[in-house]
Design a protein around this ligand. Structure first.
Ligand code: SF4
Length: 344
């Protein structure tokens, strides 16, 4: 753990255990860091001061914007609706191709954030005509205290809530936020220890699967994203593993987004994901029996549209993040009247 000069302790954290010698154990994410006094955990967002663990990012917002829910991507929860999206700094992963590395890979020093109290977040969400709040851009589990306070108020005001997460949250942290969370948009980045070590720098990934299953059990709307990255997770074994796990554990109705990787950061030398590779991933998902597999980051591709899983009729047409046509009526296919899973 790195030595940290304490500048601003925002809030005592809600999930830590006091150990001897003023050490603490953080139980927010599955790293479960043991942190000595005056040090931070792996993510850099929590500091031990006098044997108490504090969050330094409570309410500290690095990015805030109004987006269609399709941008997360979430395709089966009120398509076309606008959501207030926001994030802070820090992450418990260090993905080498991270698109948000400038905020996610923050570890110490100047934050370049603005404080936004939970009550003000609710006011802004309603004033901007959004139906909900997405915690995104960096890992929302690290913001547990803030998202909990805001999500609680959001539900009181009839707003929806969404975590865009890498899934490395602990079960006990999920238990706390679950009553106030509607959507769980989770990355399943790989299906092997080796690839998860290369992307997230974690030794075990089974906990991600277990917590995602638990989120589904809580009744959250779950959608899964896999960013198909050349040389990392684009082999058939990993993709088949993810598809089978979704089908057998979450259910075939769970949308799976296989998205194109764009060269970035430490993976700038890689090519973007070739279209045949993405289409192969799509086929693996469909052959496995998943009802809704989407190709993402390929504007105009026909598999970014929604087709009825029963009769194949086109239901929703998309152009990048915009809905150009939505034929779903009363949550049903207009042709065969099958109920379409999700909220419409
Ligand atoms: S949130 Fe995770 S990475 Fe950060 S201090 Fe807690 S256990 Fe460590």
């Amino acid at each position: 753990m790195q030595k940290f000069v304490i500048a601003d302790m925002k809030k005592e954290t809600i999930l830590f255990k006091k150990l001897g010698d003023k050490k603490v154990k953080c139980n927010i994410c599955q790293r479960r860091c043991i942190i000595s006094e005056s040090h931070t955990g792996w993510c850099g967002t929590r500091v031990n001061k006098g044997g108490i663990l504090y969050s330094m990012i409570y309410g500290e917002v690095s990015s805030l914007s109004v987006n269609p829910i399709e941008k997360k991507p979430v395709f089966h929860f009120y398509p076309g609706s606008r959501w207030l999206s926001l994030g802070s700094v820090g992450c418990n992963f260090r993905c080498p191709g991270c698109q948000n590395w400038d905020i996610a890979h923050w570890k110490r020093g100047e934050m370049y954030t603005e404080y936004l109290p939970p009550e003000e977040l609710i006011i802004r969400t309603k004033a901007s005509g959004c139906i909900g709040i997405s915690w995104t851009f960096n890992e929302p589990a690290l913001w547990l205290e803030y998202t909990l306070d805001a999500a609680n108020r959001a539900k009181e005001q009839g707003l929806y809530t969404n975590y865009v997460t890498n899934g490395f949250i602990t079960e006990e942290a999920l238990d706390m936020i679950a009553p106030f969370l509607d959507v769980y948009r989770v990355d399943i980045k790989a299906f092997s220890k080796k690839t998860y070590m290369r992307t997230g720098h974690i030794k075990q990934f089974n906990g991600i699967l277990d917590v995602t299953q638990k989120a589904k059990g809580y009744g959250m709307h779950v959608e899964v994203v896999t960013n198909v990255t050349p040389g990392f997770n684009d082999n058939e074994t990993e993709l088949q593993g993810i598809a089978s796990w979704i089908n057998n554990t979450l259910g075939p109705e769970t949308p799976w987004h296989v998205t194109r990787f764009y060269p970035h950061l430490k993976l700038s030398h890689l090519p973007q994901t070739p279209l045949p590779v993405l289409e192969k991933a799509w086929s693996i998902g469909k052959d496995e029996g998943l009802w809704y597999v989407y190709i993402g980051n390929v504007p105009g591709h026909r598999w970014e549209n929604t087709y009825c899983h029963k009769c194949g009729a086109i239901l929703i047409e998309r152009d990048i993040f915009e809905i150009t046509k939505n034929r779903i009526s009363n949550s049903k296919c207009p042709e065969c009247k099958t109920l379409i899973p999700g909220k419409f």
